[in-house]
Design a protein around this ligand. Structure first.
Ligand code: PRP
Ligand code: URA
Length: 209
């Protein structure tokens, strides 16, 4: 059964409030998305395995811990997921980055694919799918399907704001995929926008509206 983690860290919540504000422009919006993504990466990676190694300090040999286990992969869902990559790479710089291009048809709200490029060794990696908005869940379910079809097995989904409908659709379709969010909002409106949400994440990131 999928677990849904809601990060209520005060810094994440504070930054999310500024992000939601309609007066926040693209420059600050981009910075905040990256900062929140970095804080979420810190929380999400608590369960990564470590192993003990020896390291020589200027004084003596220390037994100390380093990351062990599977390699990591970040997969932003274009466009808006791109905004989360840099912040996460600051903490996990060795992660490989794949891309999934999908947009939501405004009439049907169904996902439409336009680009997929993923690391070849997907099965060996812990994969983090990134998209700031989990609304109907159509794009998320489609993206997880796309990753699994190409051999991805250990997949987590990371989003800033989710609607209950999107969480339900994603966890029903992919019960093995844990979901990490900064907030679960009230509902979707008649256009499939999250209420209260933050508007169109891609447009606000890139200033296209
Ligand atoms: C937004 C968002 C998600 C999707 C969520 O992308 O970034 O990918 O909508 O909606 P869903 O859960 O109902 O599928 P959009 O289609 O606006 O594309 P963009 O990122 O290129 O702006
Ligand atoms: N995509 C967005 O960018 N915002 C929403 O509220 C829903 C889908």
């Amino acid at each position: 059964m999928a677990r849904v983690h809601v990060f209520d860290h005060p810094l994440i919540q504070h930054k999310l409030t500024i992000l939601r504000d309609r007066r926040t422009g693209p420059k600050e919006f981009r910075e905040l998305v990256n900062e929140i993504a970095m804080l979420m990466a810190y929380e999400m990676t608590r369960d990564l395995p470590t192993e003990e190694v020896e390291v020589e300090t200027p004084i003596a040999v220390a037994r100390s811990r380093v990351l062990a286990g599977r390699k990591l992969g970040l997969i932003p869902i274009l466009r808006a997921g791109l905004g989360m990559v840099e912040g996460m790479l600051r903490l996990i710089p060795a992660a490989k980055v794949g891309h999934i291009g999908v947009y939501r048809d405004p009439a049907t709200l169904e996902p439409v694919e336009y680009y997929v490029k993923l690391p070849p060794d997907l099965p060996e990696r812990d994969l983090f799918l990134l998209d700031p908005m989990l609304a109907t869940g159509g794009s998320a379910v489609w993206a997880v399907d796309a990753v699994k079809r190409r051999g991805g097995t250990h997949v987590r989904f990371v989003s800033l704001i989710a609607a209950p409908e999107g969480i339900r659709r994603l966890t029903d379709a992919h019960p093995d995929v844990d979901v990490y969010v900064a907030a679960v909002d009230e509902r979707l409106d008649e256009h499939g926008y999250i209420v209260p949400g933050l508007g169109d994440a891609g447009d606000r990131l890139f200033g296209t509206k």
